[in-house]
Write a protein that binds this ligand. Structure first.
Ligand code: PRT
Ligand code: ZN
Length: 286
């Protein structure tokens, strides 16, 4: 049976569990142990700290996992990236005290940089021929400059609020991250049947992610405006057109991205569309 490692608690846990539930993997609440048997799509769920997930998947302790790309890159784990999951977005950046006269990365030469990601930082410094000292610390990296422990930091940034609160300024964006679905790269040799499970999960995750942010829109439209309406609506081959009792009218069904929803709906209204219904879309299987 497939064993998938996910973060036990922390920033990725909630969205990971929600994605798995949408994919039909049910983990009874309150029954969570280190390893829990899930139902629906049967598999074992292994709850770990995010730091341990890449190695667990690389070594085969788990067949697959969901973790931040930053953790995979930091550990240079020997895992296959199956797909990116579109949540947990953040970046690893270098930040310096707001008042520092930083013009470019050469400012970092001879300075101390505090981080919990020494691997990614070391590679960045090497590639950019910067000779700086790395101070590895486990947490609260953002306070290191204020207490005189470092001149700069290299840490996870998402909104940037934490940097501002600590009088720091982001100067180099080094690594973009998000949650990724990873698998053991030797699964095909050691357990080919599990590859089919990975493929099932990949398909379900992809369908769920692609269905997010889209709406199903129904409207009544004068038949004479159908061609004009089709030119407004992009995407999925052709819209569904159904006849109405009044032959001069038809019912038009389309899938629209949330970002363009209002613009398109207003254009369709201007064409004479009436009775416009906007519905949430559960899953869109392509
Ligand atoms: O206990 P465990 O070891 O499993 O968890 P953890 O404490 O090491 O990690 P956790 O739960 O904090 O983060 C898990 C993963 O979430 C990270 O590895 C990233 O891939 C991702 N992620 C996304 C983030 C953030 N966004 C984020 N903002 N991880 C941490 N942060 C921190 C950031 O360091 C900053 O200090 O949140 C703070 C707020 O960020 P701002 O920029 O929004 O202020
Ligand atoms: Zn961690």
């Amino acid at each position: 049976m497939l064993r998938i490692a996910i973060q036990a608690k922390g920033r990725l846990n909630e969205e990971t569990t929600a994605l798995m539930a949408d994919a039909g993997i049910d983990i009874a609440a309150g029954r969570r142990k280190l390893v829990t048997r899930a139902s629906g799509l049967p598999m074992d769920v292994l709850y770990l700290r995010d730091d341990d997930i890449p190695q667990a998947v690389a070594s085969g302790v788990a067949d697959a996992g969901i973790v931040g790309l930053n953790e995979v890159a930091e550990r240079r784990a020997d895992v296959a990236e199956v797909m990116r999951l579109g949540f947990g977005a953040c970046r690893l950046s270098i930040a310096v005290p707001r008042e520092a006269a930083y013009a470019d990365a050469s400012w970092l030469n001879g300075r101390r940089i505090a981080t919990s990601y020494p691997g990614i930082l070391r590679r960045y410094l090497l590639e950019n021929r910067i000779d700086a000292q790395i101070c590895e610390i486990a947490g609260s990296v953002e306070i290191a400059p204020a207490i005189g422990m470092a001149d700069a930091i290299f840490d996870i940034v998402s909104s940037g609020g934490t940097l501002v609160q600590n009088g720091l300024r982001e100067v180099e964006r080094v690594f973009e991250s998000e949650a990724v679905f990873i698998a053991n790269p030797r699964l095909g040799e050691v357990a080919p049947a599990k590859l089919a499970d990975i493929e099932t999960l990949r398909f379900r995750f992809r369908t769920i992610i692609e269905s997010r942010g889209v709406k199903y829109v129904l409207m009544n439209l004068p038949r004479t405006r159908l061609e004009a309406a089709c030119s407004i609506i992009p995407g999925m081959r052709s819209p569904t057109v159904l006849p109405l009792a009044d032959e001069a009218w038809c019912s038009l069904h389309v899938v629209l991205r949330e970002a363009e929803l209002w613009e398109k709906v207003e254009q369709l209204k201007a064409l004479g569309a009436e009775g416009i219904l906007v519905l949430d879309l559960e899953n869109m299987i392509k």
